[in-house]
Design a protein around this ligand. Sequence first.
Ligand code: MLT
Length: 337
Amino acid sequence: MRLYKLVMPLAVSAASLFLSGHAMAETWKMALGDAAGGTQYELGTTFANLLEERTGGEVTVDLFPNGQLGSEQDTVNNASMGLLDLSVLAINNITPFSPTVGVMTLPYVIQSPEDAKTLTQGSIGEELTENTIRDAGVRILAWAYSGCRRLTNSARPVAEPADLDGLVIRVPKNEIMISAYQAWGVNPNPLAWSETFTALQQGVVDGQDNPYITIDAMKFYEVQNYVTDSCYVFSMEPLIISESKFQSLSPEMQEIVLEAGKEATQRSYDYLLNTEASIKEKLVEEHGMEIVAPANDEQQWIEMATQIWPQFYDSIGGKEKLDEALAALGRAPAPAE
Ligand code: MLT
């Protein structure tokens, strides 16, 4: 994969604010796991521009896409230790550090952008933000909404779980996602996101899953032919800030950072709604991918994967945490164990 550095342009407003009582400009580093062009980049650039504008250029942000600052999970460690200011990464790569966040990656809980918004922007999202500060030393400032994760592979159309037989599928290093594939009868290969394109290209793995926007931004169409139009996990990509960095800021600056995060979140939601359909079309029309509908409205996939929910009740804080999320989405509680 080509590695490069993108530096956000300075946007110095006339009404410069010297928020920390001194006029020293600061540059913060933001890691992005994805290449430029997708939802992570959209969220990162929007946040960076808002921050620069609202601090009158006192704070600027350098963006490092494509995993240049380490794997997504490395960036959580680095931010936690105060070695990195900001990172945008997939929610599934935070779960290993703060297991209660796993409620967002249980298969078939979140099924639409509206569901994702409800869970991230309500009291459940607030509680998970508190938990990540406590468990991982990072604070979620904003959310990129990337869409449903779709299964891609280089070998053949996959419409039902049995079609996966013999395929090696890459999954994130996330116990919930590993178990979902095991429920479908596959022994998946857990690999860091930063190693995924190369593994697909070299045939070390045959497939992976990620949203249409990510498949496009990462140019997976160069090494994958088939996409199953599945929705087993909805991908959300939080922007995190090192909590020690956040606590070192003046109260006014903290407010600006939080407000910029909220606004960037809203814009990310709009970006998903405005772009996902055309990107899906482009993957077919321009890049020749074949889109396969899951058999029987995905029923078999759903029945097999949701069997794993009880395995994760302890790590997410109890069955009641899942039931709370389902209730917020207007759905019935999970079946009793
Ligand atoms: C992963 O598959 O590890 C992530 O979802 C990728 C991403 O951050 O887009």
